[in-house]
Design a protein around this ligand. Structure first.
Ligand code: RUQ
Ligand code: CUA
Length: 636
């Protein structure tokens, strides 16, 4: 038997070596799992390039702490500053990546985020009502017409108070279709499709011939609500749910849905005012398959399916049953024919169930144990992760023959081929995102690092090239050629277009304004000083808002800002940007503040003092920097 080490061929190092100063070939966006955020790696090097804060606060740059970004994390349950981030999808045009946006799901408090790929920033977060465990999300249709969100946990609609044992009667799952505006990218829940109580797991959109369809896997059609480990594994088959979203669109237009009162937060970041705002939406349009014939069909799928993946041609739909000993591959043309010929084997809550054999292209026999997810190389091959047998299995779609298998270390979850879930995969690399790393890295206490593994799939046989650690638990990832993003990066924000309400347009405008116990500090930062850097006349209990404008107009010159004892974190302010941090001093004293980002040879000098006096004392308001006496400025 080959050892893990000898499984790596001699030329592997060369294939992943990106010389100093050279760029990687791909950006790889990786879900952060329970870190709630997204990380960006270069491929093939596996070098970490960035963390993009999405659903969790991020002390490194003040995301979720600054007044400008706080509203991004607002929900109908108040601020939710953490989540469990599983899946990512890049926006598409004509079934191919277009490099505009990256969508990310929040599993725990159902939300979908949109990240702008010119700034690598989260610019929108939409909460999903009537959902819990937003797992089959955020997969997109071929032209990003819709991003979907399916419930992993069924719940009573409208959060009704009912006994848990009334699951069958009262619990429902929903598949939400969120429209994406073609130019702005803004998201809106177009409609929610009401489905029986069960667990929707994953999904992918159709392509080409199956363009109008979306396919969701589901488990727990037993409708268990306790000890699911046993009770939800009774049946031989659960379903792939096929949704004709074009039909759904027509029904919605024709008024076949009903408007349901609910509440969910819609948070958007405005680049002009440089501020996020949160609006509570009050209504969703719900479509019930009962009133909308031909909109939803069930396809039996063995056994507790997890992944639902569509090949680049759009003809084949792969269901991966976690407990199945085979991989069923469905044929879209057969599904269409079965629907025409009414080859049904009954109904599930009124939804027609297509006969398994009538929808089936064939089964991959004995692929391995615990198939989870499948990606495609665009050359007629599929790659399926095997959680239990810890391997990647390559098989041919046409004749369902297994062609190759390579071990992963260990317990692989998702796989990712750049473009591997689009019409246009780049079949050069495959990344396996693993759950367990025992003995692969230097030990780090009870928790070992999370990891990904890179394979070369350009030849007939896969070749393991590299292990690299990841942040949080990696679930799904997406990768895009670097050439599609690297030249359109925003280098700095144009200060003349900064319409933040608290911008300070130049050092002469820097000032401190008191309004009752609210003190607004309009501060500027430029190498290597802050204006003002001496502030007096602030009292214990005042709400002090530092609005710091970075006046630089150069790439890669952020300034940081932190004030001693502030319960908040620091800010990292990009060139041309204004960010605000609130500080309520609890004690009298001198509070130094400083730039936290080493920005020049005189960075250590980029600092100042805030004097906080006892409440009720008569220290006058004074501020200034350098030759201008604080008193003189205050009088202007
Ligand atoms: S799921 S492997 Cu969200 Cu498969 Cu993680
Ligand atoms: Cu600005 Cu250090």
């Amino acid at each position: 038997m080959k050892t893990a080490e000898s499984a790596v061929a001699g030329d592997a190092a060369q294939k992943v070596y990106v010389a100093p100063g050279k760029y990687d070939e791909f950006y790889n966006f990786v879900s952060g799992g329970f870190s709630g955020n997204v990380t960006v790696y270069g491929l093939p090097s596996g070098r970490l390039l960035k963390t993009i804060p999405v659903f969790s606060v991020f002390p490194e740059n003040g995301y979720g702490y600054s007044e400008e970004t706080k509203p991004m994390l607002n929900t109908t349950n108040g601020p939710v500053a953490w989540d469990d981030q599983h899946h990512l999808e890049l926006s598409q045009t004509d079934g191919k990546q277009d490099g505009r946006w990256l969508f990310a799901n929040a599993n725990n408090t159902p939300r979908i985020a949109r990240i702008d790929l010119t700034t690598f920033r989260t610019v929108e977060i939409l909460q999903i009502p009537n959902s819990a465990g937003n797992h089959s999300s955020p997969f997109t249709t071929e032209n990003t017409e819709y991003v979907v969100a399916g419930t992993r946990f069924s719940v009573p609609m409208g959060d009704e108070d009912v006994p848990i044992s009334s699951f069958k009667k009262n619990f429902r799952s929903t598949a939400s279709f969120i429209s994406v505006d073609k130019s702005s990218g803004n998201m809106k829940i177009a409609f929610q499709i009401l489905l029986p109580g069960m667990n929707l797991d994953l999904s992918h959109a159709g392509k080409g011939p199956s363009h109008d369809w979306f396919f969701f896997s589901c488990y727990n059609t037993e409708q268990a609500y306790t000890l699911l480990e046993v009770n939800a594994s009774q049946k031989d088959k659960d379903f792939v749910v096929a949704v004709n979203w074009k039909k759904a669109e027509e029904y919605a237009k024709a008024g076949k849905g009903h408007k349901m009162a609910t509440a969910y937060a819609h948070n958007t970041y405005d680049e002009s005012t440089q501020k996020a705002s949160s609006v509570i939406e009050k209504e969703v349009l719900v479509l019930d398959p009962k009133d909308c014939p031909d909109m939803v069909y069930m396809i039996p799928c063995p056994k507790s399916p997890h992944g639902a993946d569509v090949d680049p041609t759009g003809e084949y739909i792969v269901g991966s049953g976690k407990l199945a000993a085979l991989i069923p591959v469905f044929s879209f043309s057969k599904i269409t024919k079965a629907i025409q010929d009414k080859q049904f084997e009954g109904a599930f809550y009124g939804i027609p169930v297509i006969k398994y054999e009538a929808a089936l292209h064939g089964e991959v026999k004995k692929p391995g144990l615990g198939p989870l997810h499948t990606e495609f190389d665009g050359k007629g091959n599929a790659y399926t992760s095997m959680f239990l047998s810890s391997e990647v299995v390559k098989w041919r779609i046409s004749d369902l023959q297994v062609l190759d298998r390579k071990p992963t270390y260990y317990s692989v979850g998702h796989l990712m081929i750049p473009g591997g879930d689009t019409k246009n995969p780049s079949g050069k690399y495959l990344v396996a995102y693993n759950k367990i790393t025992k003995d692969r890295y230097l030990p780090t206490g009870p928790e070992l690092c999370q990891s990904a593994q890179l394979y070369d799939i350009s030849g007939d046989k896969m070749q393991l090239l590299l292990d690299f650690p990841t942040t949080g638990e990696p679930h799904y990832g997406q990768a895009i050629p670097a050439s599609m993003l690297k030249d359109k990066q925003v280098k700095y924000y144009d200060i003349n277009k900064n319409h933040n309400a608290y911008v300070t347009m130049g050092e002469k405008k820097a000032r401190v304004v008191r309004n009752g116990n609210k003190v607004d500090v309009y501060m500027t930062a430029i190498r290597s000083h802050l204006v003002p850097d001496n502030i007096e006349g602030v009292f214990v209990g005042d709400d002090v808002y530092f609005h710091v404008t970075n006046l630089e107009q150069d790439w890669d010159v952020p300034h940081g800002f932190a004030v001693k004892n502030s319960s908040s974190v620091d800010l990292l302010i990009m060139p041309g940007e204004t960010l605000t941090i609130k500080f309520t001093p609890q004690k009298q004293g001198i509070y130094p503040f400083y730039c936290t980002d080493f920005c020049s040879a005189l960075h250590q000098e980029m600092s100042g003092y805030l004097r906080v006096s006892p409440k009720g004392s008569n220290v006058p308001l004074k501020f200034g920097t350098g030759i201008v006496a604080p008193e003189a400025v205050a009088k202007q």
